[in-house]
Ligand binder design. Structure first.
Ligand SMILES: [Zn+2]
Ligand SMILES: [Zn+2]
Length: 260
């Protein structure tokens, strides 16, 4: 078949594929799921939003309402009893290695979804495809990878892409609440893991985020670089995004006002 297995060689092509497309998954996660739907700091044009929803369906099997509700509960109970995934409550290693299981357990709680799941998409595609057939996207991606890379390399590429978000989720929810520095004396144990976590697109500035959750901009100091915020600026210049709220005050002023 023409094109079958065409990307399997040389070895760096599949590696580059995983890194670049994993980066796209991180973009959709932080921009759409987190900064837009969960916290309302930014909104996107309908097409931009739908492209991100489609990509998350293809690569993660995440249902928007579940992710949003679990994360809102995390903010409501951060590092206290009731937090779905706190290293303070469960220990660092369980969250780091098995965050996805804590997430799945919380996502099955119908009361939690009803209480924290407001404002999520509920259109035809959501009801009939993305939520109802959450794993179908992963299957489509598996067939595409098998076609482009052949069965063995295709399976390896697909597996790496499928565990991409669970790995980053463990790092943010584990290390982001245990190690690093703090700009704001929030009541939780959130920490910034910058610059080590820079590839998580700003999510590594986790203490900054907990201090001002609605802000679409996570960076607080000039020397912190928030890649997700950079992408929001690019989309805004293209007329594809609108910033609803981004903290303007300096870190010092904001800390004095809210977290002294
Ligand atoms: Zn957190
Ligand atoms: Zn958040």
């Amino acid at each position: 078949m023409p094109g079958y297995g065409v990307l399997a060689h040389p070895w760096w092509v599949p590696v580059l594929w995983i890194v670049i497309l994993g980066h796209v998954t991180n973009i959709c996660n932080t921009l759409y799921l987190h900064r837009s739907v969960t916290h309302g700091g930014v909104s996107f044009s309908p097409i931009t939003e739908h492209v991100m929803r489609f990509w998350l369906w293809l690569t993660t099997a995440i249902v928007t309402r579940e992710w949003v509700a679990v994360h809102r509960k995390h903010h409501a109970f951060a590092d206290r009893e009731g937090d779905p995934h706190s290293p303070e409550v469960e220990g660092l290693w369980p969250i780091l290695l098995a965050n996805v299981f804590f997430y799945r357990k919380a996502a099955q709680d119908q009361e939690l979804l009803a209480k924290y799941g407001d404002g999520c998409p509920d259109d035809w595609m959501e009801r009939h495809v993305y939520s109802r057939h959450r794993s179908l996207g992963l299957l489509v991606m598996l067939l595409l990878d098998a076609f482009l890379f052949g069965p063995l390399v295709g399976l390896i590429v697909w597996s790496a892409m499928s565990i991409w978000m669970p790995i980053f989720g463990g790092v943010i929810n584990g290390i982001g609440h245990a190690k690093g520095y703090r700009n704001f004396k929030t009541r939780d144990h959130s920490h910034n893991i910058y610059p080590w976590g820079i590839w998580i697109l700003g999510e590594e500035l986790h203490n900054n985020h907990h201090a001002d959750p609605r802000s679409a901009k996570f960076k607080a100091h000039w020397w912190e670089f928030d890649i997700g915020w950079m992408y929001i600026q690019i989309l805004r210049l293209l007329g594809l995004a609108e910033v609803e709220y981004a903290r303007q005050e300096s870190a010092k002023t904001f800390a004095r006002k809210h977290w002294s």
